[in-house]
Every structure is written in structure tokens, then in C-alpha cells.
Design a binder for this molecule. Structure first.
Ligand code: ADE
Ligand code: ZN
Length: 320
């Protein structure tokens, strides 16, 4: 491992954009078969395989084991806190009950905190290719477990499914005291980022790359310090950026945006959080900024954030 690799490995991190179903390591007959299956032309191309992969998740234990495998990797990469997306409609639509999903994930969260000291929280994502009534029913089905998740998100096929489609269900979720985030500006236009802010009233934007197409929006994101959860290897693999040399994250940092680095779907895109951090060849100061942004943008109370930030700053000063 080189110097930068060692620095990244030891850096205390928060991960804020990880789909637990995207950490599912599928088995292929050969490495060539795997490589061929994981060559994606766009977001939909990936999602087709992602939803197919989920079909192996049937029992409470499957969801537990899936999450534990992620927590083990995350802990080994010095992730101290993770806010994890899950897609209940990907399971309830196949006849797997919400209770099965949430019980398995919650049990893994408790085990991970005890075994690895990694804290975590769950964010329930609505699938945007389905209609709002389906999202409303999903929120209804989740309410008996309201205390098990901290927020709602919006994911799946972005183009043609603007945030405006989900204005009512997000308003209801916020009324229940849930946090709100949404994928926006991954493949879709800057206008979807604006809609997510104005109509869904989200507190963070997942991805947000395309916001850079809009000078006024950049100024707003900087002024309001809206965190962006950026996923470099995902962007490369889904062909939403041409290459990593010119990845938008550097421009985001220069514009004063609260950009964070995350893995999205690590099993599919060739890396967990450390590989994503390493992929951009950032300097140490930039890496410290990104790591600080992760804790700042987390849905943690101020005292807990301060505790994490102190540990992080001590690490930065030690020059490890
Ligand atoms: N679901 C899982 N990963 C996703 C991504 N990168 N964009 C939208 N939906 C997703
Ligand atoms: Zn995502």
C-alpha cells in the first residue's frame, strides 16, 4: 500500500450513501462472466441486475447476513458510522414482508455496534419508477417500525421520474419527523436537484453531479451548505462521468460545497469507501475535508458529531 492508501485506510469515516442490497456479492461461474455482467452502459442497465440479484434475499437471516457482511467490510475500512439505504419495495413486491427485512437489518445493526463499534441508521428508499400510491402504501406498512429508521430517500430510475412525483409522500414522512434525502442529478438534470430541495425539502442530495451544470444552483448549494453524497466509482461504472480525472467532486470542493465520498453499491462498482476515496487521487487536505463533511452531514446529534470530528482532526494532525 502506498502513502495515500495508508492515510485513507486509517482515516475515520462516515458513510452516508450505501444501498445495502448493493453490497450483495453475487456468484459467477468465472471472473470473465462477472466482468461481462458488471459492464454497465447506464443506470437502468445496472438496476436490471440489481433487482435480479435481490431475489436471493428471502429470510430474516438473509438480510442479517447481508448487512453483517457490509458492516464487517466497513469496520475493516475504519467506517465509524453508516447511514444505510434499503429498498423495501424490492422485497415486498416479491412477497417478502417488511417485517422480515427490517428485523434482519436491525439485528445486524445491533450486532455490528457490539462487535465492531460501528454505529448506523437506516433510510427507507422509495423506488421512483413505481407510482406515489405504492410509496404511500410502503410508508403505511413501515409505520409499525417507525423507530427503526431515521428517514426516507428516493432511488431507482431517475430519468422521467422527477422528485415532484413524490411531493405528498415526502411531506407525510417529514410530518412524522423523518429525515428526507433523494437521489438527484445522477443521470437526471439539475432541475431535479432543485425540485428535490424545493418540493421534497430534502436535507441532503444523493449524487448531485449534474447540479454543476447550473451556476445559480451551485451558489445556492454552497450558501445553504447542502451536503452531497458523491460516489465516484458508481459514476464511472454507470457512465455518468467520462473519467475520474475530471470527476465533478474536485469542482464541488472548490465551489465550497459539502461533498462527501461514498460507495453506493460496492459489490457492483468495484470498491467500498476506501477504494472510492483512493480513486480520485485527492491531496491530504482534500481528503480531510471530505471526511469532515461526512460527519458534518450525518444525521447525528451535535455532541456525537463533535466527538467524531475530534478523533478525525487528531488523526489529521498525527500525519499518519
Ligand atoms: N439504487 C441502487 N443504486 C442506485 C443508484 N446509483 N441510483 C439510483 N438508484 C439506485
Ligand atoms: Zn445510490
Amino acid at each position: 500500500m502506498d502513502d495515500a492508501g495508508r492515510f485513507i485506510a486509517g482515516l475515520p469515516k462516515a458513510e452516508l450513501h450505501i444501498h445495502i442490497e448493493g453490497s450483495l456479492e453475487l456468484r459467477f461461474g468465472s471472473i470473465e462472466a462477472l466482468r461481462a455482467a458488471y459492464r454497465f452502459a447506464n443506470l437502468q442497465d445496472f438496476l436490471d441486475l440489481y433487482y435480479e440479484g435481490m431475489r436471493v434475499l428471502l429470510h430474516e437471516q438473509d438480510f442479517h447476513d447481508l448487512a453483517m457482511a457490509y458492516f464487517r467490510k466497513a469496520a475493516a475500512q475504519n467506517v465509524r458510522h453508516a447511514e444505510i439505504f434499503f429498498d423495501p419495495q424490492g422485497h415486498t413486491g416479491r412477497g417478502v414482508g417488511f417485517k422480515t427485512v427490517i428485523d434482519g437489518l436491525s439485528r445486524a445493526q445491533a450486532d455490528a455496534e457490539r462487535q465492531f463499534g460501528v454505529t448506523s441508521a437506516l433510510i427507507l428508499c422509495f423506488l421512483r419508477h413505481l407510482d406515489e400510491a405504492d410509496a404511500e402504501r410502503t410508508l403505511d406498512a413501515a409505520l409499525p417500525w417507525r423507530d427503526r429508521f431515521i428517514g426516507v430517500g428516493l432511488d431507482s430510475s431517475e430519468k422521467g421520474h422527477p422528485p415532484s412525483k413524490f411531493e405528498r409522500v415526502f411531506a407525510r414522512a417529514r410530518g412524522l419527523g423523518l429525515h428526507a434525502v433523494a437521489h438527484a442529478g445522477e443521470e437526471g438534470p439539475a432541475e431535479y436537484v432543485r425540485e428535490a430541495l424545493d418540493l421534497l425539502k430534502v436535507e441532503r442530495i444523493d449524487h448531485g453531479n449534474r447540479a454543476l451544470d447550473d451556476a445559480e444552483l451551485i451558489l445556492r448549494l454552497a450558501r445553504e451548505q447542502v451536503p452531497l453524497t458523491v460516489c465516484p466509482l458508481s459514476n464511472l461504472r454507470l457512465c455518468v462521468v467520462p473519467d475520474l480525472e475530471d470527476h465533478p467532486l474536485r469542482r464541488m470542493l472548490r465551489a465550497g460545497l459539502v461533498a462527501t465520498i461514498n460507495s453506493d453499491d460496492p459489490a457492483y462498482f468495484g470498491g467500498y469507501i476506501n477504494e472510492n476515496l483512493a480513486a480520485l487521487s485527492l491531496g491530504r487536505e482534500e481528503m480531510m475535508t471530505v471526511a469532515r463533511n461526512g460527519f458534518r452531514a450525518a444525521f447525528l446529534d451535535d455532541a456525537t458529531k463533535e466527538r467524531h470530528l475530534k478523533v478525525l482532526d487528531a488523526y489529521g494532525l498525527s500525519g499518519a
